[in-house]
Design a protein around this ligand. Structure first.
Ligand SMILES: [Zn+2]
Length: 227
């Protein structure tokens, strides 16, 4: 994976400077893709849709961030002129000085995500999607860990709310809905959504989900293992 420079923006919650590492290219080579579309791979970073501001510790949606400045990486600092000589393009130290108080974003934990539901407004679907994947991490461990009774109920309610929030726009939404229904044991609705998938390439995934339904399995499973 290629690392790019640093993007500076201000936190939509507290207005202070935050910085984000940018990435040149990503791919799923050698990655494991799970049935909830969570991807684990060395050349891939699950998009940080929800992140925590290190200043105010509130959840923010990264799509809401407006770029204020870009601090290039060392590799991007130079250009080549027509003769192939290295030419100094930008001096990032000037920018770095101006934004020296900028703090990096970090990944939200379960409690921060849960709390975010109280103030995130339109971002509810994104937060609930992240909560879903977060609680599914228990299936990605060698030994599956059970949730507490309270969290199990929270998980089910979250899946149901997510189902209500999803507006079907394409086949990926059908797959996501099929998976959500399977997670709460509504196998019939899950099958119905799988049947509505039209794209050939996604149709190929159908037997994998149907096989799990056949087994009566509600757990998140590995869809593709490219390792
Ligand atoms: Zn903030």
């Amino acid at each position: 994976m290629m690392f790019g420079g640093t993007e500076i923006s201000s936190c939509p919650q507290c207005g202070k400077w935050i910085k984000r590492q940018t990435y040149g290219s990503m791919n799923t080579f050698g990655a494991t893709i799970w049935s909830d579309n969570y991807i684990v791979g060395s050349m891939y970073i699950n998009s940080l849709e929800v992140a925590i501001c290190a200043h105010c510790e509130k959840c923010i949606l990264t799509k809401d961030l407006i770029s204020e400045a870009y601090i290039p990486s060392v590799l991007e600092m130079y250009d080549e002129d027509m003769m192939g000589n290295k030419v100094h393009k930008t001096d990032p130290s000037i920018l770095e000085d101006k934004y020296q108080d900028a703090k990096a974003l970090f990944l939200p934990g379960f409690n921060s995500l849960k709390e975010a539901l109280n103030y995130i407004g339109e971002g509810e679907i994104v937060v609930r999607h992240n909560i879903w994947q977060h609680l599914n991490h228990r299936f990605r461990k060698k030994k599956i860990k059970n949730l507490s009774k309270e969290n199990e109920q929270f998980y089910i309610n979250n899946v149901k709310k997510l189902i209500d929030l999803i507006k079907i726009e394409n086949d990926n939404d059908q797959i996501r809905l099929a998976e959500l229904y399977r997670n709460i044991g509504d196998f019939e609705s899950s099958r119905e959504h799988l049947q509505r998938v039209e794209k050939e390439e996604l149709k190929k995934l159908r037997p994998k989900f149907e096989n799990e339904i056949e087994k009566g399995n509600r757990n998140t499973f590995i869809l593709h293992d490219n390792r």
